[in-house]
Design a protein around this ligand. Sequence first.
Ligand code: CA
Length: 404
Amino acid sequence: MSADAPGTTVVDVPGSGFGRANLPYGVYSVDGGPRRVASRLGDTVLDLATVLAGRIGDAERLFATSSLNRFMAEGHDRWVEVRAALTEAVGGPVPDAALHPVDAVTLHLPVEFTDYVDFYASEHHAANLGRLFRPDNPEPLLPNWRHLPVSYHGRTATIVESGVDVVRPCGQRRGPDDPAPVFGPSTRLDIEAEMGFIVGTGNAMGTSITPDSADDHLFGAVIFNDWSARDVQAWEYVPLGPHLGKSFASSVSPWVVPMLALTDARCPVPGQDPTPLPHLRMDQPWGLDINLEIEWNGEVVSHPPYRAMYWSPAQMLAHLTSNGAATRSGDIFASGTVSGPEREQRGAFIELTWGGAEPVVVGGVERTFLLDGDIVTIRATAPGPEGDLIDFGEVTTRILPAAC
Ligand code: CA
């Protein structure tokens, strides 16, 4: 920060991925005080009700509140208006009363999540999991995979923010050598590095969102870790899909990067063959050039590239409403594990270690699945305008011992 007029400061952010092209939204508190909506510039947290007072008519109503839901529900024109006002405000001196060092605040879950759907949009991940879960099937992708973005419905009550520990889940499993199912702590606890997309405004029951109108509904994106108990999943998932092997926890990064900040990160998807049916068809299906990084106990073990994803987020949203299902402000859908074609681009440890058969060395020790006390951090960045970087921040989680 540099000194300016008394009581105000121009926030300096040379080289930061949280520069003026990013301006993400989050929720913070100070010393156990009330939760309020904020943005971030460099290492400074900006209280939005204060920064935007006088610039946005009802800044206090929208931002002196404990989640982004009220703001998101106002709709796309409002998101554009607020981002323009915030961009203008941070171009000059900002009231000191609005500024907090990021290390001095507590960041909370940014959204009161309403519904959660998890997709499976990486061809590399789906093919790898097909080979691992169905080794006798010569075709790793199931027949529907190239025709629709495969998904399952998850649990919002256990979506938690970065920094919240995850307790190793207990569950029922039956390994290949078990004569009968057993119940106990998962022995194959894994991560899934994904991006989560937040629905800012939904659609009414009986209507659907087209891929080309998805931009009006998509508010922003977060890093999403879809924790997975592979032993529980493998035993339970046939024929109705994942449930308890996933529903015990999902972790998100605290800053929601607006879709409006990701225009320079848009890129074509790698190619869709066959051409999707009309309800999923787009002239130019867009992906995102987001680079993820997975750190396991302080060592980077993978760099999953989001640009390799087969389905566009716009097609995912269109698909999940194509039957007339309603969505609401605060819904989130995640992309599915982001995996690229190379081993060091795989977004889950079951793929990285090939079902545990090919361990990776972490801290000098051969590792496969997660142990109690392990710490996993997922980071992500995307290109911004004029060579700037858009930083999503990180989601960091520690694994605690099972309670069963
Ligand atoms: Ca997943």
